[in-house]
Write a protein that binds this ligand. Structure first.
Ligand code: FE
Ligand code: FE
Ligand code: ZN
Length: 278
C-alpha cells in the first residue's frame, strides 16, 4: 500500500489541508509553508496546527511532504539571494519542528546560474551543514530535477555528490524525493522502471527514497522541460505511472500529485490510483 495525496493550499490554514485531503480520499499531502515564490511565511496558529496533527493521527496519514519555495536557491551567485534562501530554509524548517514534527521538507537543490554544478554542489551541502541540526525531527529531501536551465540535481549522481558532502551526523536526516515528470524529462526512461530503480539504488541507495511526486509530463523523455501533465494525459502515460504506484519496492511511500488540476481533478486521480492498487 502507498499513501496518496495532492499538493494543497495553505491559504485556509493547516487543519483545512487535512480536511481537504480527507475529502480527496487521500492520506498524505504536500504544501508550501509560504508562497512558492518565497515571500514571508504566514504565522502559524498553534491551535490550527494542533487540529491538523489530530487529523493526521486519527486517520493514520503517511508522512507529509512539505515543499520549500521554488525560488529558494542556496547556491545562487548573488549573496543576498543566498541569504534570503537560508532565512527561508531555516524558517520553514523551524515551523515544521515546532508545529509538525517528524515530517519531510522537500526542496529543489538549486540553480547554479552559470557557475556549473561542480561549483554549486559544495555550496548547497555547506548550507545544509550549517542550517540543519542532528537533533531535528524533520527529514530534508532533495528532489530529482528535470535539468531545465541550470538546475542542479538533474541526475542521481548530482544528488549523490550533494549527499557525500553532508556531515555524517546529518546523514540520517537526508533523503530523496523522486518526481516522475522530472526524471523522465531528465532522460530516465520509465518504460524500464526496474532499471531506473536499480540505478537509483546503485548511486543513491533505495533506502534514501522517501517520497514520490507522481506526475505525467507534457514532453518526451529527455526533453528537460519540466511541464507537468495530468496522469495518463502526457508522454509518460498511465501504464508507466501505474507501474510506479504498484512497484513492490515503492510501497509504503507517500505519493504526491502535482498535476495541473483543481480539487475535483485530484479527487479523480486519487480514485484512479486506488483502482490500480486493488
Ligand atoms: Fe518540486
Ligand atoms: Fe515535484
Ligand atoms: Zn516540476
Amino acid at each position: 500500500m502507498i499513501h496518496i495525496g495532492a499538493h494543497v493550499s495553505v491559504a485556509k490554514g493547516w487543519e483545512a489541508m487535512g480536511k481537504t485531503t480527507l475529502d480527496l480520499g487521500g492520506d498524505t499531502f504536500a504544501f508550501f509553508l509560504r508562497s512558492p515564490r518565497g515571500g514571508a511565511a504566514k504565522p502559524v496558529v498553534p491551535e490550527d496546527a494542533a487540529a491538523l496533527r489530530a487529523i493526521l493521527k486519527e486517520h493514520d496519514f503517511g508522512t507529509i511532504v512539505a515543499h520549500a519555495p521554488y525560488t529558494m536557491n542556496l547556491c545562487a551567485v548573488k549573496e543576498y539571494v543566498v541569504e534570503h534562501a537560508e532565512d527561508v530554509f531555516q524558517g520553514d524548517l523551524q515551523n515544521l519542528e515546532d508545529y509538525l514534527p517528524g515530517q519531510y521538507l522537500n526542496f529543489h537543490p538549486g540553480s547554479h546560474v552559470g557557475q556549473g554544478a561542480e561549483a554549486a554542489i559544495p555550496r548547497i551541502a555547506d548550507a545544509l551543514n550549517r542550517l540543519m541540526d542532528p537533533g531535528q525531527s524533520t527529514t530534508i529531501l532533495l528532489e530529482t530535477m528535470a535539468g531545465k536551465g541550470s538546475e542542479v540535481g538533474r541526475s542521481f549522481e548530482e544528488l549523490r555528490a550533494i549527499l557525500d558532502l553532508v556531515k555524517p551526523d546529518l546523514q540520517d536526516r537526508m533523503g530523496v524525493c523522486l518526481d516522475t515528470c522530472h526524471v523522465w524529462d531528465a532522460g530516465y526512461d520509465l518504460s524500464d522502471l526496474d532499471s531506473v530503480l536499480d540505478e537509483f539504488d546503485a548511486v543513491l541507495g533505495l533506502e534514501r527514497l522517501k517520497a514520490i511526486h507522481l506526475n505525467d509530463s507534457k514532453n518526451p523523455c529527455g526533453a528537460q522541460k519540466d511541464r507537468h501533465e495530468k496522469l495518463g494525459k502526457g508522454y509518460i502515460g498511465e501504464e508507466r505511472l501505474k507501474a510506479v504506484a504498484t512497484h513492490p519496492k515503492l510501497q509504503g511511500l507517500p505519493f504526491i500529485l502535482e498535476t495541473p488540476n483543481e480539487l475535483p481533478g485530484y479527487k479523480q486521480e486519487i480514485e484512479t490510483i486506488k483502482s490500480w492498487l486493488v
